[in-house]
Design a protein around this ligand. Structure first.
Ligand code: NI
Length: 223
């Protein structure tokens, strides 16, 4: 089994469990595990080529599962696989709104793969916004995060990257990289901000920032 370009040896047990996962896919989509499942709380195993030629079909299934959810990111532990791999894709705001003064700085994020990612804060700015997680269905909450981060890791071909991200793309990569460390957004959520999706849609989704929510629900923002 070729493991190019990773160089690490194949792991036949892991390959067998991935083959089983892929075989269980329905219309190319697999189930998402939810909070309480131990795999979401373990640091994911670094990827070094253990899957060989099963990496490509795994990524295809992860992307399809993310899009079907729908979500803007999916980490391998969220489909029950403790490997440091995540897929991301954010089409951004609807046509005509791309350049609006969106306080979230939500710019489109082209489909990409993060392998063994890590990040560190860049600068002192924090931003607080509502976010959600496919593994914590039904809820959203405000999380304060660095506005910009330096992200390092590899892509699906094993090529190293080292870049600075700002705004919503920075939030997405922080959320997904946190998954690979066994961390969920609820670990740092502003608990008084927690809202069901239905109430979020009714009360807060139209607000550019969580300032009103902070005032009404009783939590502090960084400002
Ligand atoms: Ni998540």
């Amino acid at each position: 089994m070729s493991t190019e370009p990773w160089g690490g040896p194949a792991d036949e047990d892991l390959r067998a469990s991935v083959a089983q996962l892929l075989a269980a896919a329905q219309d190319g989509v697999v189930g998402i595990v939810e909070a309480g499942h131990p795999v979401l709380r373990r640091p994911a195993q670094p990827y070094a080529g253990q899957l060989g030629d099963l990496l490509a079909p795994l990524l295809t299934v992860m992307r399809a599962t993310m899009r079907a959810a729908p979500g803007v990111g999916l980490a391998a532990p969220q489909i029950g696989l403790s490997l440091a791999i995540a897929v991301l894709e954010d089409p951004g705001l609807p046509a005509g709104m791309e350049e609006s003064a969106d306080e979230r700085e939500r710019t489109a994020l082209a489909p990409r793969v993060l392998v063994n990612p890590s990040y560190e804060r860049v600068g002192d700015d924090d931003r607080s916004f509502y976010e959600g997680c496919l593994s914590v269905p039904g809820y959203q909450g405000v999380v304060r995060r660095p506005r910009s981060v330096r992200l390092r890791g590899q892509d699906e071909r094993g090529h190293e990257f080292d870049e600075i991200l700002t705004g919503w793309p920075a939030r997405i990569v922080q959320h997904e990289t946190d998954h690979l460390a066994g961390v969920l957004y609820v670990d740092s959520v502003e608990t008084r901000s927690l809202t069901t999706n239905a109430t979020y849609a009714r009360a807060w989704a139209h607000e550019a920032t969580p300032r009103s929510a902070a005032r009404v629900l009783g939590f502090a923002l960084e400002d």
